[in-house]
Design a protein around this ligand. Structure first.
Ligand code: SF4
Length: 223
């Protein structure tokens, strides 16, 4: 794959983060791995705005406090997000596992992924934000953007399980700016390169995007 294009992609995504990223989100003000795990649980199937209110309340508690908290108390706090029973049980289980973990364990992909509900995406996201490890937070946004910009086609029915895609995504993460990059991709996918009706007309990635170049060729052929 064209290295120059990869570097330009990194540069444009991190530039997007600096100018348009959602810097204000509460979980972007912390590098505490426990709080980052809490945010990931809260964000499942809910909006950032809803999750933020609950995060403010729950992030006051350490993993040790949360492990001791009665489950009905956790459910009460999680109620506004829906799925409160499932999320409460998951948080409690996570807290029990994490409360005595040291920083070496929290930095370990193996340890994080031994926690129920933590897969490669959450592990990478937490290790990048908390410890600066250049690992890709490959979620549906990042997959969609990689497919469009680099013309990537997964051989797997579920692209998220494609090892080659994870390997490729890892080559795109800048060593010294993984946080800005992972956050940038997320925010860019939520606001510009959206699932439906991507805003190609105002996109800063036009010149390096395969999808955009194909659209341009098609419209010149039709016009
Ligand atoms: S040009 Fe369109 S498809 Fe390409 S990255 Fe931008 S918004 Fe996405």
């Amino acid at each position: 794959m064209n290295e120059k294009k990869k570097r330009l992609f990194q540069k444009k995504i991190t530039a997007y983060w600096h100018t348009d990223g959602r810097h204000h989100l509460a979980w972007r003000q912390t590098s505490d791995p426990w709080k980052l795990l809490v945010a990931e649980v809260l964000l499942r199937k809910t909006t950032s705005a809803q999750a933020e209110v609950v995060f403010e309340e729950l992030s006051k508690f350490t993993a040790g406090d949360t492990a001791k908290m009665p489950i009905h108390e956790l459910e009460r706090m999680l109620h506004p997000l829906g799925m409160s029973k499932v999320k409460a049980e998951q948080l409690k289980e996570m807290a029990v596992k994490v409360k005595d973990a040291d920083l070496d364990q929290m930095e370990s992909d193996e340890f994080l992924r031994s926690i129920r509900g933590v897969g490669r995406y959450i592990s990478n996201s937490v290790r990048c934000i908390a410890f600066g490890i250049p690992a890709p937070a490959l979620d549906t946004n990042m997959i969609r953007i990689i497919e469009r910009v680099f013309g990537w086609r997964s051989e797997r029915a579920r692209a998220r399980e494609d090892k080659k895609l994870w390997q490729f995504a890892a080559t795109l993460v800048p060593e010294n700016a993984c946080r800005q990059y992972n956050w940038g991709v997320l925010d860019f996918g939520a606001a510009v390169c959206t699932f439906r009706n991507p805003k190609c007309g105002i996109c800063s990635l036009q010149e390096i995007c395969d999808y955009y170049q194909k659209l341009a060729v098609q419209s010149s052929e039709q016009g």
